[in-house]
Design a protein around this ligand. Structure first.
Ligand code: ADP
Ligand code: MG
Length: 626
């Protein structure tokens, strides 16, 4: 029998493992199964190149729990280890990587990112076990070895009578880690980390029934079969040409069993230079936000789940997507801030953004209608991308769609063409009218359409920022919401209307209205407009509303600190008969009532009349008609 001390230099590592890796104890199983997978794949390679005489067969990895003995077993049929190899790989080289980790850890103690992504390898078993055994039989002609270590640096290494090739790791689960003796907990871990690993993993058995025979002889046969928990051949490892639409959708369901909504479309990633990366990304329907936090993009390394926090690896605007990324080239034993500065990782992130843009461009080119149908579900992602990544902004100029209030979709170029055609003076600014809500701004939209203008429907929360950027990039472009001013003031170049009221009359009228209308909310403005136009019209200047919106969605317009005031313009059409009537009304009380009613009607048409004021308005209206 041999016994000895594991690398004395790191004598203190056991308490450190337990203490620092507390939150992530569960990764031990992933590490052990990864080792078992490596051992199996190594054997496969050796037998392929003729360096192992063993029959590779169809090896599996088995996980077993023995509750009575409080043990958890990871058993593989891989290449195994000789006594010398156990000495070399388990005893001598132990902690070589971990030691480095501990040193690194001191500096960045607050960055918990490290812990979750650092594989401590075989020794992570001691996070949950008071004693660990290795029973291993090499594919080479040598006796099996039995290594035992109780968590102190001392170990024993003796021969064993194990006859079949492979390795069994036995964990004697410690009293604080009872959870890992529970079948449910192990199932949970297997499905989190090992769902797509390349070697079949067996955990227990299950009953399977199938029918045999015909007619009266037909009987149900019950069979006990291995319960294999993983799909060894997930979609992203296949060639896109071997997958149809249904295959992509079914992989989506496999990834997110609790998602009932189908993805809108997918993007298959596949690159081997200058970094290796495969994966499938899906655009989900984002209207159902409930699972946004839970169902995120998953990062794998060689089919082993690492994390679903892909911050820094996937461009931020695409973190709302779902799917899988598998890359052995992403350094994981480093902090997140390091990751973001890492050149290789930056390349990966750029590649992903580019692939997404290319895919959208190709859908735009080849199946524009399908893109239009999905547009409202994906536009926030695109808009966010255009705002956050300049390269994406440039590419997106070609396929970004601007929905109109008529249900059509235009690109920026198409839009510009349209407005240019309406304009006589080619040097003028190209004014694009838009609305944010068809119902609330109905009257304004109709007024603009009556003059022949297309009104865009831009209703996503960050669109204000995007418009700002578009205007910065092209100073001839100007976006104006339909209710920013009367349509005649916005774009129409018709001759100004003559006022039906004299200057004197106007001077009398203005204070009359100002006295009734709340000063802190409305500035009164008299305008000579078409007599068909509304008598009272509430507008809010474009810049003011945009500042306010941008402040709500972050950035811009911060100068008003506590909040941008809600200021509107009350445009009074002096050419409307009702306005003339207000002026001629003799009693102040009746005058006030007419002004109030008109103001409320104007507010009502812009959904500004609510609650108590709406109730009062309705009551007043009933009183007037009864
Ligand atoms: P790593 O997997 O990064 O090399 P580990 O600490 O996980 O580090 O494992 C150390 C070494 O022990 C492995 O490189 C391998 O040589 C050996 N080993 C661990 N588990 C097994 C196993 N199940 N079968 C054969 N060899 C193993
Ligand atoms: Mg390992």
């Amino acid at each position: 029998m041999a016994s000895g001390k594991i690398n004395v230099a790191v004598e203190n590592i056991f308490p450190l493992i337990k203490k620092f890796l507390y939150s992530d104890h569960e990764i031990f199983l992933r590490e052990l199964i990864s080792n078992a997978t490596d051992a199996t794949l190594k054997l496969k390679h050796l037998s392929n190149i003729g360096e192992s005489k063993e029959d590779y067969g169809t090896p599996i990895i088995e996980i077993k729990i023995d509750k009575d003995k409080r043990t958890l077993h990871v058993i593989d049929q891989g290449l195994g280890m000789t006594t010398e190899e156990v000495n070399k790989y388990i005893n001598e080289l132990a902690f070589s990587g971990a030691e480095e980790f501990i040193n690194q850890y001191k500096e960045s103690a607050k960055d918990s990112g490290i812990i979750g992504h650092f594989g401590l390898g075989f020794y992570s078993a001691f996070m949950v076990a008071e004693k660990v055994e290795i029973i291993t039989k090499s594919h080479k002609d040598a006796p099996a070895a039995h290594w035992t270590c109780d968590g102190s640096p001392e170990y024993t290494l003796v021969d064993h009578d194990k006859a079949d090739r492979g390795t069994e790791i036995i964990l004697h689960i410690d009293s604080e880690s009872d959870e890992f003796l529970e079948e449910n907990r192990i199932n949970e871990l297997l499905s989190k980390y090992n769902k797509f690993m390349p070697i079949p993993i067996k955990f227990g058995t299950r009953e399977e029934t199938h029918e045999e025979g015909e007619g009266d002889d037909k009987k149900e046969i019950k069979e006990t079969v291995d319960n294999i928990v993983n799909n060894t051949n997930p979609a992203w490892t296949k060639k896109p040409s071997d997958l149809d639409d249904e295959a992509y959708k079914s992989f989506y369901r496999e990834l997110y069993p609790m998602q009932f909504e189908e993805p809108l479309f997918h993007i298959h990633l596949n690159v081997d230079y200058p970094f290796a990366l495969t994966g499938i990304l899906y655009f989900p329907k984002l209207n159902n936000e409930i699972n946004v936090q839970k169902d995120r993009i998953q990062l794998y390394q060689n089919q082993v789940f690492v994390t679903d926090n892909v911050e820094g690896i996937v461009p931020e605007f695409l973190t709302m997507l779902r799917g899988v990324i598998d890359s052995p080239d992403i350094p994981l034993n480093v902090s997140r801030s390091y990751l973001q500065a890492d050149g290789a990782v930056k390349k990966i992130s750029n590649y992903i953004a580019k692939k997404v843009a290319d895919k959208l461009q190709s859908i735009f080119k080849n199946e524009r209608q399908s893109l239009e149908e999905k547009w409202n579900d994906i536009k926030v992602v695109i808009e966010y991308g255009m705002l956050s990544e300049d390269k994406f902004y440039e590419k997106a100029q070609k396929f970004n769609l601007y929905p109109t209030t008529d249900g059509t979709y235009l690109t920026l170029d198409e839009l510009k063409e349209q407005t240019k055609a309406l304009q006589t003076d080619k040097d003028e600014k190209l004014i694009q009218l838009y609305a944010a809500n068809i119902d609330e701004q109905h009257a304004y939209i109709e007024a603009a359409k009556a003059k022949g203008y297309t009104v865009l429907l831009l209703d996503s929360p960050i669109v204000g920022h995007l418009l700002q950027k578009l205007e910065q990039e092209d100073n001839k472009l100007s976006f104006v919401r339909v209710d920013s001013a009367h349509i005649d003031k916005l774009i129409t170049k018709d001759e100004p209307q003559l006022s039906k009221l004299s200057d004197e009359e106007k001077e009398t009228l203005k204070p009359l209205i100002e006295n009734v209308v709340p000063k802190e909310k409305y500035t009164v403005q008299l305008e000579a407009m078409d007599s068909e136009a509304a008598p009272f019209l509430i507008t809010q200047p474009e810049f003011m509303r945009r500042m306010k919106e941008m402040q709500q969605t972050g950035g811009g317009g911060g100068m008003f600190g506590g909040g941008f005031p809600d200021m509107y313009q009350l445009v009074v059409n002096v050419n409307h008969p009702l306005v003339g009537q207000i002026l001629e009304t003799k009693t102040a009380k009746k005058q006030e009532r007419l002004i109030k009613q008109s103001l409320d009607l104007a507010r009502l048409s812009q959904s500004l009349l609510k609650g108590e004021e709406l109730t009062a308005f309705i009551k007043r209206s009933y009183d007037m008609i009864k």
